[in-house]
Design a protein around this ligand. Structure first.
Ligand code: SF4
Ligand code: SF4
Length: 166
């Protein structure tokens, strides 16, 4: 496989808050403790290395970029104090700006745009709430039209709908 290195990538990553990826010395502690890596082929150490090597195209086209659950275990354990989640968020922002987003994340973003919730309140949840004596929906955007309108105005200003389109 031909590997393309993008000379502008380091600057772009730094501008988005991911400059400290370069502090990584590849010890693998992050990968060893990563819960997502236990269930998938995702290896966070490899992703950080690819960032160090300016492998922009490989990163933004990779499903691995979307496997991190942002649990912060790696950040707590990294001996070099690499802000790994900040690096991943920077890489994801870069990917989204160029039209790449993992399908499951798109679905979550679409839910958020449509309802103000990333996880929909479905009938099962409503039934459980009723059993617990809670109102059908929580006191969030779902129960407050003005709050949802305010949220939507912010999301529209950020052109979020186009990003979230499934
Ligand atoms: S734990 Fe930190 S230094 Fe070690 S590989 Fe992961 S990011 Fe790099
Ligand atoms: S924050 Fe992401 S990369 Fe780090 S341990 Fe958690 S799932 Fe893995």
């Amino acid at each position: 496989m031909e590997v393309k290195m993008d000379p502008e990538f380091e600057k772009q990553l730094a501008a988005l808050g991911g400059a400290d990826a370069k502090l990584c010395f590849q010890c693998g502690t992050c990968t060893a403790g990563c819960p997502s890596g236990r269930r998938t082929s995702y290896r966070v150490r490899k992703l950080v290395r690819m960032a160090q090597l300016d492998m922009k195209e490989e990163i933004i086209n990779s499903e691995d970029l979307w496997m991190c659950s942002t649990c912060y275990t790696c950040v707590e354990r990294c001996p070099r104090r690499v802000p790994i989640v900040d690096v991943i968020v920077a890489l994801r922002n870069m990917a989204v700006a160029e039209g790449h987003m993992y399908a499951a994340h798109k679905k979550t973003a679409a839910n958020f745009y449509k309802t103000g919730h990333t996880v929909p309140i479905n009938d099962d949840v409503k039934k459980t709430r009723a059993k617990l004596g809670l109102p059908k929906v929580p006191p969030t955007c779902l129960a407050n039209e003005k709050a949802y309108a305010d949220l939507k105005a912010v999301l529209d200003a950020a052109r979020f709908e186009a990003i979230a389109k499934e």
